[in-house]
Design a protein around this ligand. Sequence first.
Ligand SMILES: Nc1ncnc2c1ncn2[C@@H]1O[C@H](COP(=O)(O)OP(=O)(O)O)[C@@H](O)[C@H]1O
Length: 190
Amino acid sequence: MKYKSLLLIGAPGSGKGTQGKILGTIPGFFHFSSGELFRSVDSNSVIGKTFLEYSSKGLLVPDDITIQLFNSYIDQMISEGRFRPKVDYLVLDGLPRNVRQWHILSEKVEILFVYHLYCSDRSILVSRLKGRAVQDHRVDDTEEVIRKRFEIYERETKPLLNLFSATQLKEIDCSALPYQVLRRILEPLP
Ligand SMILES: Nc1ncnc2c1ncn2[C@@H]1O[C@H](COP(=O)(O)OP(=O)(O)O)[C@@H](O)[C@H]1O
């Protein structure tokens, strides 16, 4: 059985993490954040070092490492009973982040809806990211790295949107208030 999933797609700062976290508090939803998972890995381990090497430049971690980490984490969550594939929606935040990752993941994951958190004014995103940098001490929230992350998003992640049907794809303005975005995410669910 494939994991029934909801995919959040949006540029850095678009609010994927905020929505993912809210959804993850609702019974029946399991939030997976690839960025959070990477940040939780011991920075002296091979994966931890690789993550820092790439993320500090705004680049994506190589696909094989990313998918391998996802698989082992999800298996662990299932064995601990925290993610129950038969009853829970898997909320994907940050993965897949390019077409190749989706091709690998699609063996295990079925995407019901894709929520595109679009933003017509990039300055909103930049000010959110800068605010977060102060709060969370993230090494990848400096101006130069932020620019690179936007570039990678446009080039690698956005093309994913072309792979889904018009009925699967939901466009949401990321400048709306969090509760309004949440309402749009829940709307198509049965
Ligand atoms: N699916 C992924 N594939 C490769 N690298 C990833 C993936 N998800 C997260 N990362 C790495 O973690 C960093 C932080 O990700 P994330 O917290 O999701 O930030 P963002 O706000 O840019 O969406 C990325 O810049 C990248 O280096």
